[in-house]
Design a protein around this ligand. Sequence first.
Ligand SMILES: O=P(O)(O)OC[C@H]1O[C@H](O)[C@H](O)[C@@H](O)[C@@H]1O
Length: 617
Amino acid sequence: MAAMSGKIVQNVFIAQCYQQNRQFGTQYQRDSRAPYLRTLPPFRGGKLAWTGISSMQMRNLSKYQSGFVNRGTVYCNAASSATAVPSLDKADFLKLQNGSDIRGVAVAGVEGEPVSLTEPVTEAIAAAFAAWLLDKKKVDASRRLKVSIGYDSRISAQMLQDAVSRGIAGAGLDVVQYGLASTPAMFNSTLTEYKAILCPVDGAIMITASHLPYNRNGFKFFTNAGGLGKADIKDILERAADIYSNFLTEGYSGKKASASVQKVDYMAVYTSDLVKAVRKAAGNIEKPLEGFHIIVDAGNGAGGFFAAKVLEPLGAITSGSQFLEPDGMFPNHIPNPEDKVAMKAITQAVLDNKADLGIIFDTDVDRSAAVDSTGREFNRNRLIALVSAIVLEEHPGTTIVTDSVTSDGLTSFIEKKLGGKHHRFKRGYKNVIDEAMRLNSVGEESYLAIETSGHGALKENHWLDDGAYLMVKLLNKLASARASGRDDGSKVLTDLVEGLEEPAIAVELRLKINNSHPDLKGGSFRDYGEAVLKHLEDSIASDPKLQKAPVNYEGVRVSGLGGWFLLRLSLHDPVLPLNIEAPSREDAVKLGLEVAAAVKKFPALDTSALDKFVQPQ
Ligand SMILES: O=P(O)(O)OC[C@H]1O[C@H](O)[C@H](O)[C@@H](O)[C@@H]1O
């Protein structure tokens, strides 16, 4: 493949390694005396300092870490000069785009999944973000921009953090490393006004691939305007391809950098803000959760902090909390509140410990769900109903923006029971957040944007989709109920969703499009998927049992037989997810058969999941 040549980012790699080391050494010594500025756990000999690590992890890590030296003083990595730089073109970089995130494979060893986030690729992406930020911020030369970097528990985190830091510092921007952090904390660092911890930063990078398998990783980028959108990510990847082509022509040393690198315990500030928020909502009581037993399941992601740093200072008992230790092999369950096994694990822990509430996070803590003391799950539609009830008490009549796969029962709950307005928009956390912001800008008041996936953002919290803050809203409710004399634990939350109609059957079937099937006739899977949707739409038009949803923003949503279905294109994958909800399995099968009949003339569509579902049992 031909490498791209062209625009090279200005300002990249302007000084030599030894200058960087000298600068970092003195600056760090000076700043380490300041509060929150500290040395993060050292990274030596291939071990992640914050957790025990299995021999398998070691095998995976050692491949990358052979050249890394004591993180305390030496920033540049001489040994990575040996890193081979394979030729890549722009298209290879663009393949790393996943909506408004960047995602790729960072750890070798899984068959058919070659490493795409290598050190040079990562460094090029970081340098491209730096260049993009310099263009955006248009600051004069006297002010150096600062970028914070955090990561979740993935085993490739340190390797990527080092490569990202080289890319940013090499472009002349200052780097502030937070170590283990959550995605929302990273966005928050662009808003926090606190000079002693070098905040606000101008940009933030979270190294995460959310709940994906251990070998993946990726990046989310933030400025004080929020998370970067699709167009910005594409721009960054295109710039990265150009920078990378320079590595090919001039050689990749992986060791030149020019700006300062400091370490800050930002999570201490972020968690203390969460604690303050609950205390304030409870009327400035020091321990408003005294006596409540609340269990946290972090799924070995980055959310373990919530037990010791948020709940315990507020007085809650957290015994029985599980999987709080970061472990990027995710040995217990996938950290994902949409995952049935994960929800079963937290539910069981709540029941076994006779706790009042259970809280579960995804790997990077931008998503969450809860479980009440009876083991009732608050995730998906029920979580949206619960948070909507809380928000609508505070802001009567407001519009709740959700993703497209929400139930009809949720709409009638929000509109008839709660007196709000349900705006069912598209799938994708960024889509719902942007839509809520747009509504406000055109005069329609909205205070909540939330997805069935467990992403939820509130206007009061800068539209930051923060799984931890979402749980703070539940804690506030518990605390204020206690303050007003109620003593029935999580029942105050359970009562809030009373009246939510829930279907007997709710399924999501994911129908894959075979990208290399001749029926695509050289076209894209998106075009093919659109053709499937168009055909489905036409074929149901003449069916009197089915009615197309009058307002719908993605895919084909149809009501009938007391239920509904939605067939749409996945945000990222060559997949058509099909959601069906119905009052009985029989009705759900009938709806499924309608879809099956319409899509059978598309041989590149793998309908096996649907075929299985509609089989008589
Ligand atoms: O369209 P899908 O394949 O169902 O994926 C949709 C999901 O993609 C990502 O995980 C986003 O973070 C979610 O906000 C979104 O809901």
